[in-house]
Design a protein around this ligand. Structure first.
Ligand SMILES: [Zn+2]
Length: 207
């Protein structure tokens, strides 16, 4: 997976807090809200812009689950282990919560978290991830076929065209259901599924 934040050559501007004079308070309030599991709405108010809240979230969670913070207890089975896994997450803010006229650039953050995971649990997780990707690809293919059929059905003589339209709509609905079921929760051990409010991208073993 790509890791855009580090490779970005854009200057990183300082975060703008809602009340710059009490920035330290705003920061600790935002941290407390995130630790308590608040959604964006819960810590957005401590920042002037949504993009600052998103960036803060990414940076704070990356620090919180940095490589040096792992506790050497496997998050899959609870056994002691020195092995560490890194998870890549994508955090995307829906467009409707963005400020008017802002570019889409600030609405996503990429973050990485680190966790203790023994060999066996990593192997099992990697298998689940493989299956997850295959099913997701299958669901997307089904949706694409549905959309193509829907477009083609308009050119077919009735009643074949009507049946084709019904079939394709069915395929599209099925795809949406599949995606909803397949993408949530991510294919991780339960203890790791919700560590951050992001979309699971990848898991890798790190030395
Ligand atoms: Zn384990």
């Amino acid at each position: 997976m790509d890791q855009p934040p580090a490779s970005s050559d854009r200057p990183v501007l300082p975060l703008q807090y809602a009340h710059p004079r009490t920035a330290a308070d705003e920061q600790s309030n935002a941290e407390a809200a995130i630790m308590a599991g608040a959604a964006l709405a819960g810590y957005r108010r401590y920042f002037r812009h949504t993009r600052d809240a998103v960036r803060f979230y990414g940076e704070f969670q990356s620090r919180r689950f940095a490589r040096g913070t792992v506790d050497q207890i496997c998050k899959g089975c609870g056994a002691p282990t020195a092995n560490v896994a890194r998870i890549d997450w994508r955090f995307v803010i829906p467009m409707r919560t963005m400020e008017f006229g802002m570019s889409t650039e600030g609405n996503r953050a990429f973050l990485q978290t680190h966790h203790s995971l023994c060999d066996e649990c990593f192997r099992r997780t990697a298998l689940r991830v493989q299956r997850f990707r295959r099913r997701r690809a299958g669901a997307i293919a089904l949706g694409v076929i549905g959309v193509i059929l829907l477009i083609q059905s308009g050119r077919m003589p009735s009643p074949i065209g009507s049946w084709c339209a019904v079939l394709s709509l069915g395929l599209v609905v099925l795809t949406m259901l599949f995606v909803k079921l397949i993408l949530r929760p991510p294919p991780l051990p339960p203890a790791l599924q919700h560590v951050v409010a992001g979309t699971f991208e990848n898991i890798s073993r790190i030395p």
